[in-house]
Design a protein around this ligand. Sequence first.
Ligand SMILES: *Cc1c(COP(=O)(O)O)cnc(C)c1O
Length: 226
Amino acid sequence: MTIKENLLEVIEDIKKYSPYPEKVKLVAVTKYIDEGVIEKVIDAGHNILGENKAQVIREKIDYFKEKKINIEWHFIGNLQKNKVKYIINDVNLIHSINKYSLAEEIDKRAKQVGRVVDVLLEINIYGEESKQGYDINELLLDIDNLKKLENINIKGLMTMGPLAVDEKITRKVFSELAKLKEELNQKYFSNTLTELSMGMSEDYKIALEEGSTIVRIGTKLYKGTL
Ligand SMILES: *Cc1c(COP(=O)(O)O)cnc(C)c1O
């Protein structure tokens, strides 16, 4: 298999499993690979990339800027406040707002550089302790304050599927996230939440069926190639 073949397979699956494939964005997660292999992803025609570490994404952004290769960068990992500065100028979507103080820091830095940064709120649907993400009750307490931050644009929700082997539990988590988005849209956001970032290599088909608009795929793209 080549990266291109793996990419095409995911793109076919998006058409097959999503109720609205034209709305779905594929983020190629490149945290496993270095710049040389990323070039193969780009050569295969894909330039929407996701990374989970601030310093690493900074280096990769600089590498491709130098080469004048245009990339849409997604930050998908746990972001420490003191590292926001590394990514604030260049990142297109931050998937992982999990507390007010982080949102506040991103807002402050965005203001300093004259940007409004698109973000998602990361939700920990079942309150699993091993997971990052807002507990729903904590989120409800912060919502009014989050909405007041003028230099972030909250576009939707993100979650990590459970490690469960049971497909039913995975499906439940994704459908709960979709339901939460609807509720938040009605009560607080007047339908401005459009994105649901859910689904990785192991569970993206289920996520698509449950309405995902952004799938974050790593491992599957490099299968048989590394
Ligand atoms: C690594 C990672 C992915 C991709 O996971 P794969 O199982 O390799 O597809 C997606 N989302 C986040 C937040 C990640 O850290």
